[in-house]
Design a protein around this ligand. Sequence first.
Ligand SMILES: Nc1ncnc2c1ncn2[C@@H]1O[C@H](COP(=O)(O)OP(=O)(O)OP(=O)(O)O)[C@@H](O)[C@H]1O
Ligand SMILES: [Mg+2]
Length: 386
Amino acid sequence: MSVKEKETKLSDSENDGALSKKERAALEKKARQDAKEAELRKKTEIREAAEKLKAQKFAEEKKAGKHKTLAEITDGKDDYEQDFKVPEGTVVYCENLVKLYKIGDIEVMALQGLDLSVQDGEMVAIIGNSGSGKSTLMNIIGGLDRPTAGRIYVNGINLLKLDDNQMLQYMRETVGFVWQNTARNMIPYLNALDNVKLVMQMAGRLDSNRANELLEIVGLGHRKKSKMHELSGGEQQRVAIAIGLANKPKILLADEPTGAVDTKTTAQIMSVFHRLNTEMGVTVIIVTHDRQLSHMVPRVVTISDGRIGTEFIRREEIDVNSDDMMNATAGHDTGSHIEYGFIDGRRRLFIPENYLSQAGLHEKSKVGIEVKDGRLELFKPEDDVK
Ligand SMILES: Nc1ncnc2c1ncn2[C@@H]1O[C@H](COP(=O)(O)OP(=O)(O)OP(=O)(O)O)[C@@H](O)[C@H]1O
Ligand SMILES: [Mg+2]
């Protein structure tokens, strides 16, 4: 029934009193919902039409030899930085990344010379407080934002050299995203399956079998026809993971994927990431402020003030069976990882606050430094009065 028909029915009912108050309220609610969905559909159509126009323009320009494809760039045809080679096996390479935001006269240094390498097939969590630069880093790795300075290569591609169209292609082919905000992951009036298919369609590679298979992999084979509001927060995040994987990305980037769910659901979502990583070989990078997640990830890197702090490497393999993951979330495991410091490209070493205080040291002060039997020692100098 169209909105107009409903309105007619509503006004008829006022006359003959055929509808009860409850029925009338339900009809009005449905009419409002339909109008909202129609509006959303229209917006998406406009967006899709704009995408299509952009793609046509790109195809024409490409024909005229204006754009190189990503394959051409990674084929060694990129003439930039001939002398630089990304270390073997490194899929994400960030060197001295700087990101400066300007709001009026105020400047914010979100990344302050960040160095990070992620190996092909790794699962890494980047953990840091609010404002430490996590989303900024993810947006740069994902091609949504560009750094102010530094080097960034992903899958052998120099992101600084990509034009807007190549960047779009990069975003569709090389990386997949999972956001904390589910409204950003899913179109609400499409069901789970259609959401996965839409991403494939937009990249011009619809594969219905794969779309179905992805929802099975994230454990939602039985909820393919459900829309966003019919799914729980955790289920929505699992659909988001399937969407993120739609175009077979090399790397899956997740920004606070468990930020809005409870502990049990967190363990389920992390378990899905593990399976994708170990069974499908997808490199997974998760950023979060939730330190509990560190127990569930083999490699944890801390970020602080836009720089890498220390790093924790898991001693033994993580058992992905969910009981184990649940225990991990409960925060037992203290000796599971080995902690490493990290000397960045400018020879700076981050020292966590607890180490400083244990050694009687403090920020912005002189520190004694000695090498003894091959070990570097930092200590409070005798003349330090504080
Ligand atoms: N578009 C922007 N314009 C101006 N400043 C920004 C912008 N985006 C981020 N910032 C600033 O950069 C710094 C890092 O922000 P970022 O969003 O990367 O932090 P985060 O670690 O993701 O934090 P959260 O855990 O709260 O999501 C913050 O000081 C933030 O205010
Ligand atoms: Mg953030």
